[in-house]
Design a protein around this ligand. Sequence first.
Ligand SMILES: [Zn+2]
Length: 376
Amino acid sequence: MTENLLIPISEIPAILKKESVRKIFLVADQDAYRFSGAKESLESCLSEYEVTLFDGFELNPKLEDVIEGIKKFRGSPCDITIAIGGGSAIDVAKLVASFAAQSEDPKDIICGEKEITSKGVPVIAVPTTAGTGSEATHFAVVYIDHVKYSVAHDYLLPDYFIVDPSLTMSLPALVTMSSGLDALCQGIESYWSVNSTEESRSYAKQSIRLAWKNLKETVLISSGANREAMCLASHLAGKGINISKTTAPHAFSYAITTYYHVPHGAAVALTLPEFFKFNSDVKDDDCQDSRGLQFVKNRISDLLEIMECHSVEEFINQFKLLQRSIHAPSSLNEVGVNTLDQLDSLIKQVNPERLANNPRQLSEGILKNLLRASIL
Ligand SMILES: [Zn+2]
């Protein structure tokens, strides 16, 4: 089943022909575009089209970046958008292509006051990292004044995606580490989410297996075979969270990324072990999954089985070993969160909506107790 998910970048010319494209809006992270080999692969094909390039956005994109992109798009309307880069490039492209087709103010849509009502031009998502799975989701992340918003709409799901491991071969170890941890955590969170379905769990299970087995080698050795495994893991986790959404570790991670500049996947992984332990101790009176306590307990057992661990403690030890072996931070302390005041202000930034997806109920007080251990 996983084989046909690999779609090489050489498929793009056929997609452009099929869509009868004349003008292309190219959203690219310039470094990723060049170093992934995507530029070289697409050069001769793109020379046949009128191309408007938009590369004016930052990692963890802001509203201003999106507005700039919309202006550029409207100045030269195109028939298709191609997004090349990591999650930031793909999310910006999804938002620009969609918002350019709406009459409402982008900020109002992001803040949930107005809705997306019409479909934008088709998007071809070309990930050059193996992690976010953004090519397979109907969400896009954007920041307004340091606050993270996730815009969700069916129209944001890219119409086409490329999953080509060759584009990830030259990724620096730091990016491979963080994006790979993102894929692994997204798989685990998708699996225990209160919104999981049989279908999402099937994607998540395959994703976790691949990431758990291949992440360390991909960072340290980086052969073609484990790059391929991580690309599939990333894409499958994306398909999983597209249905289930993410949970507590993601909810807590955004403020760590914003205020302590920890790359997204590494920030999510920082607290995943604590939440794994917490969720495994779920009780009848704090279970948030309508399918009940035993259902959640069974999912935690499944997770241990998928990762071939005999106990929660063994999982936590192995997860921390993995973090250390790929040079990822493994405690809040390590990234500069050293005091309870710092922890409190991080907790205040947590989006309660994401906590509602967690199988076990969480409050500000519980979060404090839970995460206190990792800074003291
Ligand atoms: Zn993520």
